[in-house]
Design a binder for this molecule. Structure first.
Ligand SMILES: Nc1ncnc2c1ncn2[C@@H]1O[C@H](COP(=O)(O)OP(=O)(O)O)[C@@H](O)[C@H]1O
Ligand SMILES: [Mg+2]
Length: 449
């Protein structure tokens, strides 16, 4: 940080010279008086005439030195405080800018330089910041002496929203320990501090929450209106039509099931999120859990004409995990592979221990040979309610929450989910979990394949 400190230095120098002058003239006057007295009263001791001015001069020098020492002490104290203030500012991750009453930049911290690379000390703020709202705010704060709060958005290079708090700073009265003003490096005048707060992520979260509620309502409303419609038909026109009643009741059952699935998925998602920061502790064999879920899913695969091929090492592939959550991961991934990749006729599920940069991992991989996923969709698949084809997903009984749940569970297990796909050739979903180190230590024979 730089500073304009000539004024302060000059003031200090002037004071020094003034005190030295006072001391010198004091000694001169004393000596003059002494000679006058000596002339008037003969017989005054010669040594006295010499000694008194010397003593006066010595006292004067001592006083001058004390003044000087006090000044140095104050300067050191002020310097230390400035260093602390600078360190504080440098460590504030939010941009802070100080301008004087002409809106000329006087102080900036590192974060401010990063946000506004055009900032230069001694240059007008408007050179670096082209946000009229903020400049108007600065003007208003200077005019009224009141705190002003402004919001402004940056579009380039990325969209960011900032809140700027502009606070008047009267250096004359605001400086703690009043006497420090004497050696203060800043001119005594009205200034402003601009404090920038990045609201981008807070805003994004807000939008996400609003979108989420809108999505949930929409997802629930569709089956609900269908249910209501059929109830009315059954109460009215189809009251005595036995065949229609059977058909409609079946549709109502499917719709009610869809609502119940959606609520189940929402509840598991919020449960997992609540415990996101608590990593599971129980040793769990990923191979055994996967085999159990594949047994449950066998009828679905048969129904769709899909063959599931499972491969796992003979030794347990242990991770620190939560059984129910791991079952959900296998269920969602294999169900998706069977539902969306049924054209391929084959789904491969594999569990394997393997080394990685971050130590040994257990990989659960699910591969299908269906239509695959276009690259633009891949990064968004784990977003809540994101589907490549909404109608196809609904028709297959999907809620659009499956992969969001998988991602959260894998993250809670300190693992990583990767999705690879070549359109036309199928997709590979892989969840990598840190392998349980204790097991590796107990059975050294179980090493990477
Ligand atoms: N194996 C797959 N092959 C092709 N697309 C897939 C596959 N798995 C998931 N998808 C796509 O990802 C979307 C989101 O999946 P998911 O979160 O499980 O929701 P849901 O299955 O309820 O639609 C699906 O709607 C589908 O478009
Ligand atoms: Mg799914």
């Amino acid at each position: 940080m730089e500073r304009q400190d000539e004024d302060g230095e000059e003031a200090g120098g002037a004071r020094d010279r003034a005190s030295r002058r006072a001391v010198a003239s004091g000694a001169l006057i004393a000596t003059g008086l002494l000679f006058l007295v000596a002339a008037a009263t003969e017989g005054v001791n010669f040594w006295l005439v010499v000694a008194i001015p010397v003593a006066v001069a010595a006292a004067a020098i001592a006083v001058g030195e004390r003044v000087q020492a006090r000044r140095v002490k104050k300067l050191v104290a002020a310097g230390r405080r400035l260093a602390i203030v600078e360190a504080l500012l440098a460590n504030i991750p939010d941009p802070v800018v100080m301008v004087d009453r002409r809106a000329i930049v006087r102080e900036v911290n590192g974060a401010a330089r990063e946000l506004l690379p055009g900032l230069r000390l001694g240059h007008p703020l408007s050179f670096a910041l082209r946000a009229p709202q903020v400049l108007d705010g600065v003007e208003e704060a200077l005019r009224t002496g009141e705190r002003v709060r402004i919001e402004y958005a940056e579009r380039v290079p990325t969209e960011r929203v900032f809140e700027v708090l502009i606070g008047p700073l009267d250096l004359e009265t605001d400086r703690p320990g009043g006497d420090a003003v004497e050696v203060g490096p800043l001119p005594r005048e009205q200034s402003l501090v601009l404090y920038f707060r990045d609201l981008t992520s807070a805003r994004r979260l807000e939008t996400m929450r609003v979108d989420f509620v809108a999505n949930v309502s929409h997802e629930l409303r569709t089956p609900l209106s269908s249910l209501l419609g059929f109830v009315e038909t059954l109460q009215g026109p189809a009251r005595n039509d036995a065949a229609a009643r059977e058909r409609f009741l079946e549709i109502m059952r499917v719709q009610a099931q869809r609502m119940s699935r959606l609520i189940d998925d929402l509840l598991s998602l919020s449960r997992i999120e609540l415990r996101a920061h608590v990593a599971p502790q129980t040793p769990l064999d990923v191979g055994a859990v996967t085999r159990q879920m594949l047994d449950t899913l066998a009828p679905l695969a048969r129904e769709r004409g899909v063959e599931i091929v499972f491969e796992a090492p003979p030794q347990p592939a242990l991770i620190a995990g939560e059984r129910d959550e791991l079952l959900r991961v296998v269920e969602n991934l294999v169900e998706n592979a069977v539902k969306y990749g049924d054209g391929g006729g084959r789904v491969e599920v594999g569990v394997a221990r393997r080394p990685s940069e971050a130590g040994e991992i257990v990989r659960l991989a699910v591969r299908d040979y269906g239509p695959g996923i276009a690259p633009e969709h891949v990064p968004r698949l784990t977003e809540r309610f994101y589907r490549v084809d909404v109608a196809a997903s609904r028709e297959k009984g999907g809620t659009g929450l499956g992969l969001a749940i998988v991602k959260h569970i894998v993250a809670r297990h300190r693992g990583r989910l990767t999705i690879e796909s070549t359109p036309g050739e199928g997709a590979l979903f892989a969840a990598d979990f840190p392998a349980l180190a204790a097991e590796a230590a107990r059975t050294p024979a179980v090493s990477a394949e």
